[in-house]
Design a protein around this ligand. Structure first.
Ligand SMILES: O=C(O)[C@H](O)[C@@H](O)[C@H](O)[C@H](O)COP(=O)(O)O
Length: 321
């Protein structure tokens, strides 16, 4: 399974991405600093606890419904166990699949690497294996390591082995990177592919921004607060023109990767932040708590312009909230 971007799309980019309206030329970190102050003094769209032991948590209400989500505020879902999280993540993904496959010719889903893939395991079970319209799924990667597709470090291999090989998504709708290219070449190639898919309306465009709007991004977060391959303190976090870029000095091995940029991430219709484990509780506490410092981590820059963010946390990851 897996399509080679190079094989499918040899045409040059059809257009250059435009700047994100009037705010795009500003440093995203400083933009978010002001925004975060607002977040800390307001509330979440909804907070849902699925816990048998709640003593570690501040009091929160407990209702969550896709229909009731206020897109300007994140929805926070906290689970007693990763098993419960995976059940809820499958339901959330299946509901979005149902919604978008009714509305559009395609359901565009972006995966990250890491532990996220394991947390998607309920999607390959009943009832979802039979009920989801897999034929309309188009699958992308928010970041990929520049290694052969059969290498143990490959995010494609991780997703293929743990998820994609178990569901009937047409192979031509799984957009792996061209692993014959350099990091720079693979990023260019992936961006060209996305532009072609926007032209054919498989991928939406966010009106007024010039950036692609994916239906769902399923993101993980590193213990340092990185998302995709956008790492704390790295200049790539401020990239605001490219759709896909590359890094050759990733602090998390392997060093060479390609990654979507923040304007693309933040053009998404839906973002799921899936975070599990005590080693991430400090960053979760900083990102979702009352910290208003201008020392902004990449995860704190996840802020879709016209989309909804849902956090899926286990109780260990949420223990500092
Ligand atoms: O290729 C990668 O390295 C990933 O896409 C990366 O961004 C990952 O999502 C986080 O590091 C979280 O990974 P874990 O969930 O395994 O901690």
């Amino acid at each position: 399974m897996g399509s080679s971007i190079l094989a499918s799309f040899l045409t040059p980019p059809l257009c250059s991405p435009r700047l994100l309206s009037e705010t795009s030329s500003l440093n995203p970190s400083s933009l978010f600093c002001a925004k975060k102050t607002l977040l800390s003094s307001s509330s979440f769209s909804s907070i849902s606890l699925t816990l048998t032991t709640k003593s570690n948590f501040k009091s929160k209400s407990s209702s969550s419904s896709m229909a009731a989500v206020d897109k300007s505020k994140p929805d926070l879902q906290i689970f007693d166990t990763e098993e419960q999280l995976s059940v809820s993540l499958a339901k959330y993904t299946a509901e979005l699949s149902d919604k978008f496959t009714k509305e559009r010719v395609a359901f565009t889903v972006v995966l990250s690497g890491g532990s996220l893939i394991k947390s998607l395991r309920k999607l390959v079970e009943s009832p979802y294996l039979d009920s989801i319209q897999w034929a309309k799924w188009h699958v992308f990667w928010v970041d990929e390591r520049v290694v052969p597709k059969d290498h143990d470090d490959s995010n494609y291999k991780l997703a293929y082995d743990g998820f994609l090989s178990k569901v009937p998504i047409p192979p031509g709708q799984v957009y792996a990177i061209n692993d014959a290219l350099s990091a720079e070449g693979a990023a260019d190639d992936y961006e060209t592919c996305l532009k072609q898919l926007v032209k054919t309306k498989v991928v939406d465009l966010l009106p007024g921004s010039g950036f692609p709007k994916f239906d769902l991004m399923l993101l993980g977060m590193g213990p340092d607060g990185h998302v995709a391959s956008l790492f704390p303190g790295h200049p790539l976090v401020n990239e605001n023109q490219r759709w896909v870029t590359f890094i050759k000095d990733s602090p998390k091995p392997p060093p060479e990767r390609i990654t979507f940029t923040f304007p693309v991430i933040n053009s998404s219709a839906n973002i799921a932040m899936v975070v599990v484990g005590a080693n991430k509780s400090g960053v979760v506490g900083k990102a979702l708590g009352s910290d208003t410092s201008c020392d902004v981590l990449p995860v704190e820059m996840v802020s879709p312009a016209d989309g909804a963010t849902t956090w899926f946390l286990d109780k260990e990851a949420a223990s500092k909230l």
